[in-house]
Design a protein around this ligand. Structure first.
Ligand code: ATP
Ligand code: MG
Length: 338
């Protein structure tokens, strides 16, 4: 049994998988809305208690059996860099990372948890090089997550970053793709080459910014704005184009960041151009987002289905279909388990 818990700023998702023969099978899943502060802004014990209560309830009501869970740290709170080394052995890379991490990450080493992964050995470039991915997270943040889980009666067996989970859930092993987790607070962008995270970026513009734009532009309350956003989205011929007019500039900002990410990856990291853009997260459901983004990037854009390779009965498949992209990170976490 393997459980993934994704604590988003607006929704909390949990997925439990079980091995069935050689394949993963969906055992249970659930989602619950959340309106409190993000964990890193929590000041007192009361807030932690409220969040842990919600997680405990989600665990129970989704009928998740295992109490061992994997969690993902929010992308805006972690630091991810691709580093180039001369052609060192894996062991040498490990010690180089240890000694040199300080110059790459903006938090003191003794306050950080650091991990790395060798991505690629380029023996034929001149000079030859090894590419490694470095991930660092504030230790205090990880401790808060572990504490919240403990308060909910759960044990954390693995911690990774959201985009590492997302790549495991959605990236094909034989292509370069661009993944976008379009959430509430942040839009997280990953480029994955052959199933490995090679580039990541997080921007603080996502679902909440869209709702705010509609509320401000039309002078309606946030609840009504949220409704308008979900119903009309970027579709230009609705409500005299007022909603798409309000959302357009914010959406273009996100599209520009995606373009910049691709350019950076191609020029600085000599990576291939991604062939497809795969969207996940709640905001992936924004009406006309796919067509608008596809036109703007001149690339194929699809909504990811993290359950594509998971065994699930037809009834559950039907029930879960509209929410599938919401579960990408929780599912990717669970896939990383034993
Ligand atoms: N059909 C829809 N159209 C547009 N937006 C939608 C739709 N459904 C949900 N959303 C938006 O998706 C967001 C929630 O998505 P998600 O659950 O992925 O976010 P989160 O994981 O809580 O946030 P984050 O990861 O940024 O902290 C909300 O902003 C919500 O308004
Ligand atoms: Mg999220």
């Amino acid at each position: 049994m393997s459980v993934g818990l994704d604590i988003g700023s607006k929704t909390i998702k949990m997925v439990e998988l079980a091995k069935d023969g050689g394949k993963w099978k969906l055992r249970s899943s659930g989602v619950v809305g959340y309106s409190g502060n993000p964990i890193e802004h929590m000041q007192d014990e009361k807030e932690l208690t409220a969040l842990s209560g919600l997680i405990r309830k989600l665990h129970k009501e989704s009928n998740v059996s295992s109490k061992d869970i994997s969690i993902a740290l929010p992308e805006p709170q972690v630091f991810t860099r691709t580093i180039k080394f001369p052609l060192l052995t894996d062991q040498e890379v490990a010690s180089a990372v240890k000694w040199e991490a300080e110059q790459y990450i903006p938090i003191p080493i003794n306050e950080a948890i650091i991990q790395h992964q060798v991505l690629e050995r380029r023996e034929n470039t001149s000079p030859p090089e090894v590419l490694a991915l470095l991930v660092a997270a504030p230790r205090i943040l990880v401790e808060k997550y572990v504490k919240v889980a403990q308060m909910a009666g759960l044990t954390v067996s693995a911690v990774e970053t959201e985009l590492v989970s997302l790549v495991r859930a959605l990236a094909p092993v034989d292509q370069t793709v661009l993944l976008v987790d379009f959430g509430a607070r942040s839009t997280d962008i990953a480029i994955a080459k052959n199933g490995l995270l090679s580039f990541s970026r997080s921007i603080p513009t996502a679902g909440e910014a869209f709702t705010r734009a509609v509320a401000q532009s039309l002078g309606v309350d946030p609840k009504q704005a949220e409704e308008y956003k979900k119903t009309y989205g970027l579709s230009g011929n609705q409500l005299e184009g007022k909603i798409s007019g309000a959302l357009g500039p914010v959406f273009r900002l996100v599209a520009e960041e995606i373009k910049k990410a691709i350019q950076f990856y191609q020029t600085e990291e000599k990576g291939d151009s991604p062939q497809t853009v795969v969207l996940s997260g709640g905001t992936a459901g924004l009406p006309e987002a796919i067509s608008t983004l596809s036109k703007s990037l001149n690339l194929e854009v699809v909504v990811g289905n993290p359950f594509a390779k998971i065994l699930l009965d037809p009834e559950t498949a039907k029930k879960i279909a509209p929410y599938a992209p919401l579960y990408s990170i929780a599912l990717g976490l669970a896939l990383g388990g034993e």
